[in-house]
Design a protein around this ligand. Structure first.
Ligand SMILES: *Cc1c(COP(=O)(O)O)cnc(C)c1O
Length: 452
């Protein structure tokens, strides 16, 4: 018998335009307005692409998350994570709500100061603090969170001969049952590094140990990991109290609570996958309340939530530039925003809505950005109605990390606007122009003239 020639198997994804595997119909609703303001009008006024933030949604979310914690624990403060979104208008909404500033560089530290945050309400995290940064933080009585022993020695050097005491905490990393473990920041709990650093600080005349910090990861889906973290910080709190008779002022559990975004590779969409904030709040506060810490000296609980508080309040509006067919027959739609503006499309499948009425017909398509780069993909596979050239689309849940991690690459960064609680829109960051970019550049004299 003749052997048949081998044929490479192929897998075809079927999109029958019926219900999906979760039994949900894939209905596509257009999103015409944000907070009552027609998106088409915003684009006519401010251009496309366009980042839009809703002040109402930011404040609502803040209050909802604060309520989840403050109804369970007597003393709670939030520190707004600057790197998540440090546009001054956004930061000031959080500061008006009562949030302190959580910064991870000298640049962010100075940004917070310029926003008017008092030094003693700035939490200074991160592995990169220059002598000047630390001097500033010492002078303004900020909460300095030490990341490594070199920073501890750097601080001792700076403080030698001064009669000030710097307020410090250490960042503790630990096994919370979620892997890979984030052990590159701070001092490890299990191997004794954290206890060792605490003892060194307690022995130093110029340092005052005021708290403990951890930030166990980001987009954490397990509330139990926070219970473990809170338990380990509480254990350190008691060990310090028992050995030195010293009570810490605060425990800072960091951020990392997830927003309802769709993680790539996750089986379920974010809205079904992500636990409610109450579950995280319960895990943390329950552990602290049940710990050995005496009830009359419960320390301040600081949370440094970033993405949880801002992701849903941010939208990216864009325009369809073109449609074409890929060689496998699938539709390719090219948008005027891509990886340069929507950096988080690397790890999220952002929900995309059309802005205007669309046909009932839908098909599996790939959404590309405008960059001349093969990696510029907004969605590898998404079921949407055909979007004709010139139609508008909105990417959802883009408030966290995009307007800080965006790249000025091939095109310019667009306008960012805020819709205030009365429905009025304001530019909070101007679109870049050729002049913005050129103003940073210098051309040496011998390169100023070209002749072709
Ligand atoms: C980035 C960061 C945060 C905020 O993280 P989210 O995942 O956005 O909540 C909080 N604390 C520290 C130390 C950080 O580096």
């Amino acid at each position: 018998m003749e052997k048949k020639t081998y044929e490479r198997p192929v897998i075809h994804k079927l999109n029958a335009n019926l219900v999906n595997k979760f039994g949900q119909a894939t209905a596509i609703e257009p999103l015409r307005e944000i907070d009552g303001v027609p998106i088409r009008e915003l684009v006519e006024r401010y251009g496309s692409p366009l980042f839009v933030f809703s002040e109402r949604q930011i404040r609502q979310k803040y209050e909802e998350v604060m309520q989840a914690f403050s109804t369970r624990y007597p003393r709670v403060k939030f520190g707004w994570s600057y790197k998540t979104n440090y546009l001054n208008a956004i930061c000031n909404i959080f500061h008006q709500q009562g949030a302190w500033a959580e910064v991870v560089s000298g640049f962010e530290y100075r940004k917070a100061m310029q926003n008017g945050v008092p030094g003693n309400k700035i939490i200074f995290n991160g592995p990169d603090k220059s002598d000047e940064d630390l001097q500033l933080a010492i002078k303004h009585n900020s909460l300095i969170h030490i990341d490594h022993l070199d920073e501890l020695y750097q601080l001792l050097d700076l403080l030698a001969g001064q009669d000030t005491k710097a307020r410090v905490a250490i960042r503790v990393n630990m096994d919370t049952g979620v892997y890979p473990m984030w052990d590159r920041f701070g001092f490890n709990y299990e191997n004794g590094q954290a206890w060792d650093a605490i003892n060194k600080i307690m022995a130093a005349d110029n340092l005052q140990l005021t708290g403990l910090h951890c930030h166990i990861g980001t987009f954490m889906l397990a509330p139990s990991a926070y219970a473990v973290a809170a338990g380990k910080l509480a254990a350190l709190y008691m060990r310090i109290k028992n050995k030195f008779g010293h009570s810490l002022q605060y425990l800072d559990l960091g951020g990392g609570l997830p927003s309802p975004n769709n993680l790539k590779g996750a089986y379920l969409p974010g809205v079904d996958l992500v636990p409610g904030v109450e579950e995280f709040a319960e895990a943390i506060t329950g552990t602290l309340l049940n710990s050995d810490i005496p009830p009359d000296e419960l320390p301040l609980l600081i949370m440094e939530n970033g993405r949880l508080l801002i992701d849903e309040a941010g939208y990216l509006v864009g325009t369809v530039l073109a449609n074409k067919r890929l060689t496998d027959g699938r539709r390719a739609t090219i948008l005027d925003f891509g990886l340069n503006n929507l950096f988080t499309s690397i790890w999220y499948n952002h929900k995309i809505s059309p802005v205007e009425e669309v046909s009932n017909f839908k098909e599996d398509m790939e959404l590309f950005g405008p960059l001349c780069m093969n990696i510029d993909v907004v969605r590898e596979s998404v079921v949407l109605p055909p979007l004709p050239r010139g139609s508008l689309v909105v990417a959802h849940n883009v408030g966290a990390y995009n307007v800080t991690q965006w790249m000025q690459f091939i095109t310019l960064r667009p306008n960012v606007i805020l819709i205030d609680t009365t429905g009025k829109s304001h530019i909070i960051r101007q679109a870049e122009t050729l002049e913005t970019i050129n103003s940073q550049e210098e051309v040496p004299a011998h390169l100023q003239e070209i002749k072709l």
